[in-house]
Design a protein around this ligand. Structure first.
Ligand SMILES: O=C(O)CCC(=O)C(=O)O
Ligand SMILES: [Fe+2]
Length: 736
C-alpha cells in the first residue's frame, strides 16, 4: 500500500481519449485525493508558472526588513508576508516563510459582513526591488483562475454531476473572477534551520492537515521532494517533485459537496534535508457566499465510496461539515482568525477572544468550525460499522427466516471488519437509529433480531440509502449532542420490557418458519458471495476443491448449524489481502434449532396448513437446490464481482468503443484498493458482460483490437438482473 504511487492525469489525451482521462480523474479523486496533471501545455502556459517561480526566488532573497514591510499583520484581509515561526499546525511550528495573495485583489465587493474582508488588496514587494513580481502574480492568477475552471468541469463530468447542479458555486464564464488564493512558500532546509538553535526546531515544514478549499493546485518547481500524503492505511507516501507536472489535491469542500465520494487526503511537508524548497499552492474556492449542500451522487458512486471507506484507517478524520445554513465564508474566515493570531489580535480581537473562550470550554475548534472532534471521530467509526452491519443483516434476512442471534451478528461483523467489535458499539448504532432493526430478548434471555420485522425494513434495494440515512441520523444526533463525550449505548434492559409485550407474537413467529426461502438459492449464493467481495481472486474459495461453499457464514446459517468458530484476531489494514477467507460465524439464533424440532412434529401447522410430508418435500427441494457444482460456484463468484465492474464502466462514456486492454487496466486499477483482481479475471469479467447482457454490451473484434461497446445502462437494473441470469454462458468467450 505504501508503495502505491500517486496517479497521473494526462491532459494531452483529452481530445483523443476523453473517457480515459475522465476515468483516470475519477479514480484519482476517489481513491487518492491526490494526482499529478501532466502535459497541460494546451490549457496552462508553463512559462507563466516559471516566471512566478523566478520572481519568488528573488523575493525570498530580500532582506527580512524589506519582506516585513508587507507583513500580513498590515492587512485586515489576511494577505501578505509571514516570516518563520508565524504559523503552527497541530501545536507545532511550521518551518516555512510565505506570502499570501488573493485573486480578487483590489476587487473588493461591498463589505456587508465581516467575512467580506477575506477579499482585499494584495501587498506586493517594492517594484523598485523586484519590478516584475506583481505582473508575475497577476498573470499567474489569470491563468490559474481559468485553468481551475477547466479542471472543475472535468471533475464533475467524471462524476456525472451536471453543470446545472454545480454552476451556483462558481463563476464559470471565461475570465470570470472567483475567490481563489495563492501562497508562495519557502521551506528552509534542515541544515540551515539547525543554525537557529531554537528548542522548537523539528522537521515539520507544514504539519499534517487537510485543505478546506475545493481543489489545490501545487507547483513545486524547486524539484525538492518534501510533500507526503497519507494513504488509506495510514502510511505516509512521498509525493515526489516531478518536472513539468503539477500536483492537485482534493479539498474538504469538494469532499463535502460530493457526499464523501471524493477524498480529501491528509498531507504534510517534511523540511527538506539539504536544499531549500519553494512551492506555490493555488487554492481554488467555491463562491464564498455559498451555503454548501451535497449533490445527490449516483448509487454506484456511493457504493464505491462505501467500499473505499471500509479501508480507511482510524486516523483519517471525519468528514468536513460546514455550519448548517451559513456561508462557507464564515468557516474560511474563522480559519484565518485561528491560524494568524497576530493579524486577529490587531484587526479582530473580539472574534479571537470568542474562539479562545470556546476552546477553553473544551470545545475544539476544527477548521474554523466549532466541532467536537472526538465525537466526530466516533461517528466516523460508527458509520463504517453501520455499513458492515447493514450489509450483514440485509444478506442474512434474505437467506433465513430464523431470528438473527445478536452474539453471532457481533462475531460476524467483527470478522468482516477485521477487528473486534464491542457490543457497546453495536448498541450505539441502536441509540442513533432505534428503529433500524427490532431487537428482542428470546426465551433464553439472548438478544435476537426479529427477521420478520427486519425483512420489512431491509429491502435490498434500499441498502445504500440506509447508509445515507444513518449518516443523516448521526448528523442530527450530533447537532443536538455536540458536547457529549460519547454516544450512550442503547439500554438493553428496555429490550426485556419489549419481549414481555411482544411475547404473544412469538407464537405466530413459529409459523413463519415454514415459509420457503424468499430468494432462489442461486440468488442467495450470489449475494452471499458478493459479501466476500474483498477477498482477492487468488483466495477464491472455489479455486481449491477443499474449500467448499460451506465455509461461508451464510451457508452455515442455511445449514442451521450452531457451531461457533473462534474469532480471528483483527489484523491491520495492511493485512487486507489475507490468504484466507474471513472466519466463519453463524448468525442464527440457537433458539431456532429448538423451533425446528418443534416444527418437525407430525401435527399440521396451524398458521400455514402444511403437513409434515409437504415440509419434508420442501426440505428435499431446498437440499437439491442448494447443491451447486464447483464450476457453477466459480461462476457465481465471478458474478458477485460484476456489479463492481459495472460501477467502473459507469465512469466511462457509453457511446464509444473501449479497448478491452484499456478497460482491463482501468478495472484492475479502480478496484485495486477494494477488490484486488488479476488482469485475467478482469478480462473475463469484462468480456462476459456481453454474454450476460447482450442487449447492452457487445464485443467487437477486429484484426488489431478487441473493443467493448455499450448502451447507457442503469447499474441497479443490471445488478438486479444479474441474480436471475444463469451463469453458464462463459465459454462464449471463445467465439469472440
Ligand atoms: O508546500 C507544499 O508542498 C504543500 C503546502 C500545503 O499543503 C498547504 O499549504 O496547504
Ligand atoms: Fe495543504
Amino acid at each position: 500500500m505504501s508503495k502505491r504511487v500517486i496517479p497521473d492525469v494526462d491532459l494531452s489525451l483529452l481530445e483523443t481519449k476523453r473517457e480515459l482521462v475522465l476515468a483516470d480523474l475519477k479514480y484519482a479523486i476517489m481513491e487518492f485525493g491526490f494526482f499529478y496533471i501532466v502535459n497541460y501545455e494546451n490549457y496552462l502556459d508553463g512559462n507563466i508558472v516559471e516566471a512566478l517561480h523566478g520572481q519568488s526566488e528573488k523575493f525570498f532573497e530580500l532582506e527580512l526588513e524589506e519582506k516585513n514591510k508587507i507583513q500580513m499583520s498590515n492587512s485586515k484581509h489576511f494577505l501578505g508576508y509571514n516570516g518563520l515561526e508565524k504559523e503552527n499546525t497541530g501545536g507545532k511550528v511550521d518551518w516555512r516563510e510565505q506570502i499570501d495573495f488573493c485573486s480578487t485583489d483590489a476587487v473588493c465587493s461591498e463589505t456587508q459582513t465581516i467575512y467580506d474582508n477575506l477579499s482585499g488588496p494584495n501587498q506586493y514587494p517594492s517594484s523598485e526591488k523586484i519590478p516584475l513580481f506583481k505582473k508575475a502574480v497577476k498573470d499567474f492568477f489569470q491563468a490559474l483562475d481559468k485553468f481551475s475552471i477547466t479542471i472543475t468541469k472535468l471533475i464533475f463530468e467524471s462524476l456525472n454531476v451536471e453543470q446545472d447542479e454545480y454552476s451556483m458555486y462558481f463563476n464559470l464564464e471565461e475570465d470570470a473572477k472567483n475567490f481563489n488564493k495563492m501562497k508562495i512558500i519557502k521551506y528552509p532546509s534542515q541544515n540551515t534551520l539547525k543554525d537557529l538553535k531554537t528548542e522548537k526546531l523539528t522537521d515539520q515544514g507544514c504539519g499534517a492537515h487537510r485543505d478546506s478549499d475545493f481543489l489545490t493546485y501545487l507547483f513545486d518547481l524547486s524539484q525538492v521532494t518534501a510533500l507526503q500524503v497519507q494513504s488509506l492505511d495510514g502510511a505516509w507516501i512521498d509525493v515526489p517533485s516531478r518536472p513539468q507536472s503539477l500536483i492537485v489535491n482534493v479539498g474538504q469542500t469538494l469532499e463535502y459537496l460530493t457526499n464523501g465520494v471524493c477524498l480529501s487526503s491528509i498531507h504534510r511537508v517534511i523540511s527538506p534535508k539539504k536544499d531549500y524548497r519553494i512551492s506555490i499552492p493555488f487554492f481554488q474556492n467555491v463562491k464564498i457566499s455559498s451555503i454548501l449542500k451535497p449533490f445527490k451522487m449516483s448509487r454506484s458512486l456511493i457504493y464505491e465510496r462505501d467500499e473505499r471507506n471500509r479501508l480507511i484507517d482510524q486516523n483519517v478524520s471525519f468528514q468536513f461539515k460546514p455550519r448548517a445554513n451559513e456561508p462557507i465564508a464564515k468557516s474560511i474566515f474563522f480559519n484565518r482568525i485561528k491560524s494568524h493570531r497576530d493579524v486577529s489580535q490587531k484587526w479582530y480581537p473580539l472574534e479571537l477572544k470568542e474562539i479562545d473562550e470556546k476552546a477553553e470550554k473544551g470545545t475544539k475548534v476544527l477548521d474554523g468550525l466549532e466541532e467536537n472532534a472526538e465525537l466526530l471521530d466516533k461517528f466516523r467509526d460508527l458509520a463504517k460499522l453501520f455499513g458492515v452491519v447493514n450489509n450483514t443483516i440485509t444478506l442474512a434476512i434474505m437467506k433465513t427466516i430464523a431470528d438473527i442471534d445478536y452474539e453471532g451478528l457481533l462475531e460476524q461483523v467483527s470478522s468482516l471488519s477485521r477487528k473486534k467489535i464491542k457490543s457497546k458499539e453495536l448498541l450505539q448504532l441502536i441509540t442513533i437509529w432505534p428503529d433500524f432493526a427490532k431487537f428482542h430478548l428470546n426465551e433464553d434471555g439472548r438478544i435476537i433480531i426479529d427477521t420478520d420485522d427486519a425483512s420489512k425494513r431491509f429491502l435490498v434495494n434500499s441498502m445504500y440509502e440506509r447508509n445515507d440515512i444513518f449518516r443523516e441520523k448521526c448528523e442530527k444526533w450530533y447537532e443536538s449532542n455536540k458536547k457529549a463525550k460519547d454516544i450512550p449505548p442503547f439500554d438493553i434492559s428496555l429490550l426485556h420490557h419489549k419481549y414481555i409485550n411482544s411475547s404473544p407474537r412469538k407464537k405466530n413467529k413459529q409459523a413463519v418458519l415454514l415459509k420457503t426461502p424468499r430468494k432462489s438459492n442461486i440468488e442467495l449464493a450470489a449475494l452471499e458471495l458478493s459479501s466476500k467481495s474483498s477477498i482477492p481472486w487468488d483466495n477464491d474459495p472455489f479455486s481449491s476443491p477443499s474449500k467448499e461453499l460451506s465455509v461461508s457464514p451464510f451457508n452455515q446459517m442455511l445449514k442451521r448449524t450452531i457451531t461457533k468458530s473462534p474469532i480471528k484476531r483483527p489484523g491491520k489494514i495492511e493485512s487486507k489481502a489475507v490468504n484466507e477467507s474471513p472466519p466463519v460465524t453463524p448468525l442464527q439464533s440457537p433458539t431456532k434449532i429448538k423451533r425446528e424440532g418443534f416444527l418437525d412434529s407430525p401435527s399440521k401447522n396451524k398458521a400455514t396448513g402444511s403437513s409434515m410430508l409437504e415440509r419434508i418435500r420442501q426440505k428435499e427441494t431446498a437440499r437439491k437446490l442448494s447443491f451447486v457444482s464447483p464450476e457453477k460456484k466459480r461462476l457465481l463468484f465471478l458474478d458477485s464481482k460484476t456489479p463492481k465492474v459495472l460501477a467502473v464502466l459507469t465512469g466511462l462514456r457509453p457511446d464509444k468503443p473501449h479497448s478491452i486492454e484499456i478497460l482491463v487496466e482501468r478495472v484492475v486499477n479502480s478496484l485495486s484498493l477494494s477488490l484486488p483482481i488479476s488482469d485475467k479475471e478482469a478480462r473475463e469479467l469484462i468480456l462476459n458482460l456481453a454474454v450476460k447482457f447482450p442487449e447492452t454490451f457487445v464485443v467487437v473484434k477486429t484484426k488489431l483490437i478487441t473493443v467493448l461497446r455499450w448502451k447507457d445502462f442503469d447499474i441497479n437494473e443490471l445488478a438486479e438482473n444479474l441474480a436471475n441470469i444463469q451463469s453458464d454462458g462463459y465459454d462464449e468467450f471463445n467465439r469472440i
